[in-house]
Design a protein around this ligand. Structure first.
Ligand code: HEM
Length: 466
């Protein structure tokens, strides 16, 4: 018997997403425990590396300010045998957990390239705008580290994309010693640096970052939320909203890939043991961890303002707002302070969905096309991020660029973008999407008429006679 949502005590609904609460979902005590915990081994390893750098600095420079910034991973690689903590850290990173299945990981890596456009849309409109902006603890860390300040967004997006592409480009890349594996270790050390810096500032001025409210920066709960953003949202939220329905195999494989990434990046991995458990984590986050506040509005505003009119796609603010509303619902977008564009822009976003979902269907039907798209996206995206690596700035890959200080918190920005704007010029990408929408409507109308005609042919005469 189907239970009514109003009377069913296990029915939950938040931000337009409804689900059944089960024993796999996380109770409040477990959420609090995860918030109170973080990657202690990563933090301890960072301190040891800093001590080695300090010693080297004294040897070479007599302790004066070092003119070059040592790269943490290179120091770890060279010195891990000299220290117990570093040795444990290195051994953990380079041993395969019993549950890892490399064939499955290799299959999973194809998911990103297979649906490259849909993944990028989901990542921008849900990942950056909803999950990062509307989760108060995560948003606060980003506001403190300037990651959503307009002048820093290009480097953030390039580095995040570079990392995603590296971990999905080939099996060797994600395996110990590979490019993606090394980048993930760098990211883990980067998170430890972010945590260390913010905790230090908060120790002299607690109101700088309310640890009792948000937990330590990049705590276990926040990290699991970030993993959910990468691997669960596409499966059960963003892709279905674009008309793409990943297969059971794709879901199981992709979650397994991110379980392994959780392991390397120092985030709890057991919650991603099965798709059911992972889905329950995602739904728990929906229920308790999305609470947009003033900081969220600033982050969402800055992200859209930065993306607006960027070459090469030259997307309009209206189009992105329509996309956000399609993907995240009106309640969330109102809470984030986004505008309400006209119906035309929803039609344009619907056209985008027609394209990505038609491509997904075609790829399922034609394996050769699927292989071609995966290879093409991998190659194009890899070359794009490699060619533009210099735009990420900083002293090295995944280094700490926006070191927070007591008074620095980034606000809503407009001035930086003044003078940009192709608002009066045509927007070719949006026109293509609108064209796809019109074709889909035309095909829909023709199919409906065709169907009605066939039905009339079959039953029309009988109906007229009776
Ligand atoms: C566990 C899953 C996570 C993954 C896979 C991940 C991935 C990354 C990547 C690839 C970067 C480098 C690109 C960039 O600068 O944006 C990065 C940087 C960063 N991440 Fe994460 N992240 C995760 C969780 C988190 C969480 C939960 C927070 C905050 C609460 C966070 C805060 C940051 C910050 C502040 C930086 C930038 C530091 C700087 O360059 O100054 N990350 N992360």
């Amino acid at each position: 018997m189907l239970s009514s949502s109003k009377t069913d005590p296990n029915h939950r609904e938040r931000w337009g997403y409804s689900f059944q609460w089960t024993d796999k979902h996380l109770p409040q005590e477990e959420i609090a425990a995860l918030r109170a915990h973080y990657d202690e081994l990563g933090s301890a390893a960072l301190e040891k590396l800093q001590a080695i750098i300090g010693r080297k600095n004294i040897e070479i420079n007599g302790g004066a300010n070092c003119p070059f910034k040592p790269e943490l991973y290179a120091i770890l690689k060279e010195h891990h045998k000299e220290d117990e903590v570093l040795e444990q850290f290195w051994a953990e990173l380079h041993s395969d957990p019993v549950w890892v299945d490399w064939e499955q990981i290799e299959r999973a890596q194809k998911f990103f390239g297979r649906y490259a456009l849909a993944n990028s849309t989901a990542f921008a409109l849900q990942g950056f705008i909803r999950e990062n902006s509307a989760s108060p603890g995560i948003a606060e860390v980003f506001a403190r580290t300037g990651g959503f300040a307009i002048k820093n967004l290009l480097s953030r997006v390039i580095e995040t994309f570079t990392w995603v592409i590296q971990v999905t480009t080939s099996l060797e890349s994600i395996q110990p010693g590979g490019e993606g594996h090394i980048s993930t270790i760098r990211v883990r050390l980067l998170h430890a640096s972010v945590r260390q810096r913010i905790l230090k500032l908060a120790s002299t001025r607690p109101e700088y970052f309310p640890i009792e409210k948000y937990g330590a920066p990049v705590n276990d709960l926040d990290s699991m939320h970030a993993i959910v953003l990468f691997c669960c949202m596409p499966m059960w939220d963003s892709f279905p909203k674009m008309g793409i329905y990943p297969s059971k195999q794709e879901i199981t494989d992709f979650i397994a890939l991110f379980r392994y990434i959780s392991y390397v990046v120092g985030s709890p991995n057991e919650y991603f043991e099965t798709p059911e458990k992972a889905k329950a984590v995602m739904e728990t986050m929906f229920l308790y961890e999305l609470e947009p506040n003033k900081t969220s509005k600033i982050l969402a505003h800055n992200f859209i303002a930065w993306l607006e009119d960027q070459p090469p796609p030259y997307l309009s603010r209206n189009f992105m707002e329509a996309g956000c509303r399609w993907m995240n619902g009106h309640d969330m977008c109102d809470a984030l302070g986004l505008g309400r564009p006209s119906l035309y822009y929803y039609a344009v976003f619907a056209g985008h969905n027609v394209i990505v979902s038609t491509m997904a269907r075609a790829q399922k039907l034609i394996p050769r096309l699927d292989r071609f798209i995966i290879q093409f996206s991998r190659k194009t995206l890899y070359n794009a991020v490699t060619d533009n690596a210099h735009l990420a700035g900083g002293a090295g890959p995944f280094d700490f660029k926006f070191v927070p200080s007591h008074d620095e918190k980034f606000g809503k920005e407009v001035d930086l973008l003044e003078g940009r704007g192709r608002k009066k010029l045509p927007r070719p990408v949006e026109h293509v999407f609108f064209g796809a929408f019109l074709i889909a409507v035309l095909v829909g109308v023709m199919l409906t008429f065709g169907g009605v005609k066939i039905l009339m042919g079959l039953y029309g005469n009988d109906a007229l006679r009776s």
